[in-house]
Design a protein around this ligand. Structure first.
Ligand SMILES: [Zn+2]
Length: 83
């Protein structure tokens, strides 16, 4: 699901309020917000994955220097997926 411009601004504001410092890998503070909401697949301890299981909607921000990707739960950032 692509983010609207309003949602991207909400993400940006929430992250600026809650995150201090730069990238945990290279310490640079130059990020790009990925334009899509993403999720991870659930898996069993035996290694099987589940398609269609529960998921946590997440935003990705990507360090423009080293490529580190950080995931943040949409629900905790105050973003409604119904906007
Ligand atoms: Zn980095």
């Amino acid at each position: 699901m692509a983010l609207t411009e309003r949602q991207k601004q909400t993400v940006l504001g929430a992250l600026k309020e809650r995150i201090r410092g730069g990238c945990p890998m290279c310490l640079q503070a130059n990020w790009t917000i990925h334009n899509e909401v993403v999720s991870t697949m659930t898996a069993s301890l035996g290694g099987d994955t589940t398609i269609g299981g529960g998921f946590v909607p997440m935003i990705q921000i990507i360090c423009n220097n080293c490529g580190f990707v950080s995931h943040h739960a949409v629900g905790l950032l105050g973003i409604s997926l119904n906007e």
